[in-house]
Design a protein around this ligand. Structure first.
Ligand code: SF4
Length: 505
């Protein structure tokens, strides 16, 4: 299929984009098959959805989410990396094609325009701030192509404006070596916040501020192009009709995926998702003996014996129960049932209920907590004399550990092999072997989180592996990778549970 720009932009003055970032002034020329168009369009909107997700994340999670989302973009979206590697002319052209396809689709479905434009702006912001080291001359080139009236402040004038203190000197000092003069109308948002200085109708902006202005101008530029396209694109042209029919199917598919994802997240947030392995509080004494890892089993036994747990123990056990599907109200009643065997209900309400609500993200910083990982339990907050938390393989003394293992039914020879691993400081390896000695099968991967241990154990109970699934002869079996995952029912089903029903580790 030929994808010709003339119907869209014939009268437009084409400009050479000397910088490496596409501003999409000029539609690309070339031929694409319908399938290639569909593929590029799908990749673009999926990438934009990822960038949209990035901007919704805040606080402590932001950094980790940005890093993981970028890995996702780089590894799965745009197999040729054309979203981020615009220095390669071929990749740059693919980027232009995919942008233009999405733009054409929005002309056909104008109610999608706002979403598309705002995501494109986020992508542009990312490119300008994180993915490129834009030189001063490249920035000038970008400003030129966006028709900015600007001037880069030269050294003598820089000295003068510093003397006159026309620009800020504190937080913006690091930026102050590169100052741009732009017409005040282009810097209105900074002027409104009294964040920049003005002289003779010009605002003095740092590089960071200029990049922000560029993103705003890019957004306006997209609006102009969109309106131009709406006036000139002939939607009834047979080739365009055929293209739009294909893109619409891609978009419907994309929306269905997004809706499913939103429903899944909503169900997770409300704790309503069907979880076949959800911890049943009414049955918890028996369940803890069979399916809880030693650290959590010990916390449960301590709680039911002493009717109390100190703060760290409550946190570790509480987050474990939460990740095991226990909703907040049930958790509160569970803790109340145990604590009020020793303290008055008023005291429980006053001193302990708040902490449970906090853990579910209903109080304080409103951040829902997930089950602590083994590394965290092993390495942080070593237990004091009255504490019950910690990893038994690390924190128990020899006699305490031996007593516990014998009580759990391990043979003497197995206990000795666990002590060898413990003495080598391989605590998770010891726990993985403990799993094998108590269940007859190794888990599909080395234990790394108590809730992982629990789900693995429940899964094994429901679907015991056949002889060929078991990898008993390996000390530390690795999970099958890539396509092999589908061949291992235990692993693939567990992966679903891991993703859909458990919190992030
Ligand atoms: Fe608990 Fe992890 Fe230690 Fe096992 S290795 S006992 S799951 S902390």
């Amino acid at each position: 299929m030929e994808f010709d720009s003339k119907p869209i932009n014939e009268a437009k003055k084409f400009k050479t984009e000397a910088h490496s970032i596409n501003l999409y002034h000029t539609p690309p020329f070339g031929q694409l098959t319908l399938e290639e168009c569909e593929d590029l369009f799908r990749q673009r909107i999926e990438a934009l959805a990822l960038f949209e997700r990035l901007s919704d994340v805040s606080g402590e999670e932001r950094h980790a989410t940005i890093a993981s989302s970028l890995r996702e973009i780089k590894s799965h979206v745009y197999k040729g990396n054309c979203l981020l590697n615009l220095k390669d002319p071929k990749q740059s052209k693919l980027d232009q094609f995919s942008h233009m396809l999405a733009r054409i689709f929005c002309i056909y479905q104008p109610n999608q325009w706002e979403w598309f434009r705002s995501c494109e702006k986020k992508l542009m912001s990312y490119r300008l701030r994180h993915d490129y080291l834009i030189s001063g001359s490249q920035l000038e080139s970008i400003l030129n192509s966006l028709n900015f009236d600007f001037e880069r402040v030269q050294t003598p004038e820089l000295v003068d404006i510093r003397r006159e203190k026309l620009i800020g000197w504190n937080s913006r000092d690091k930026d102050n070596d590169e100052i741009f003069k732009v017409k005040f109308v282009d810097a209105i948002k900074f002027i409104a916040r009294r964040a920049v200085s003005l002289k003779d109708g010009y605002a003095y902006l740092t590089r960071t501020e200029v990049l922000s202005v560029v993103c705003d101008a890019f957004e306006r530029h997209l609006d102009r192009e969109f309106n131009y396209g709406r006036q000139h694109l002939n939607l009834e042209h047979p080739q365009i009709e055929q293209l739009l029919a294909s893109l619409e199917l891609v978009f419907i598919d994309f929306q269905e995926k997004i809706n499913e994802e939103e429903k899944r997240l909503k169900r997770n947030v409300n704790g309503e998702q069907m979880n076949p392995f959800k911890i049943d509080i009414d049955d918890i004494d028996d369940v803890s003996k069979v399916h809880f890892p030693p650290c959590i089993r010990y916390l449960h036994e301590s709680l039911t014996n002493d009717h109390h747990l100190k703060h760290q123990g409550r946190l570790i056990y509480g987050t474990f129960l939460k990740s095991g599907g226990v909703d907040m109200d049930t958790a509160i009643e569970f803790w109340r049932r145990e604590f009020t065997k020793k303290i008055a209900n008023d005291k429980f309400e006053r001193d302990y209920k708040y902490n449970i609500r906090h853990l579910y993200g209903k109080e304080g910083h409103k951040k829902s907590l997930s089950c602590y990982s083994c590394d965290k339990i092993i390495n942080d907050n070593a237990p004091g004399p009255a504490d019950k938390h910690g990893c038994p393989f690390k924190h128990f003394d020899d006699s305490h550990l031996r007593t516990m293992l014998v009580k759990h039914g391990l043979k003497e020879v197995d206990v000795e092999s666990l002590f060898i691993l413990r003495n080598d400081k391989d605590f998770k390896g010891a726990c993985t072997q403990y799993y094998k000695f108590t269940k007859g099968h190794l888990p599909t991967e080395t234990v790394r989180n108590p809730i992982h241990y629990y789900y693995e154990s429940k899964r094994l109970e429901t679907h015991p592996p056949g002889e060929t699934d078991v990898q008993d002869d390996q000390d530390h079996p690795e999970a099958p990778s890539g396509d092999d995952q589908s061949k291992n029912p235990v692993q693939s089903d567990y992966a679903d549970i891991n993703e859909d029903m458990m919190d992030d580790f």
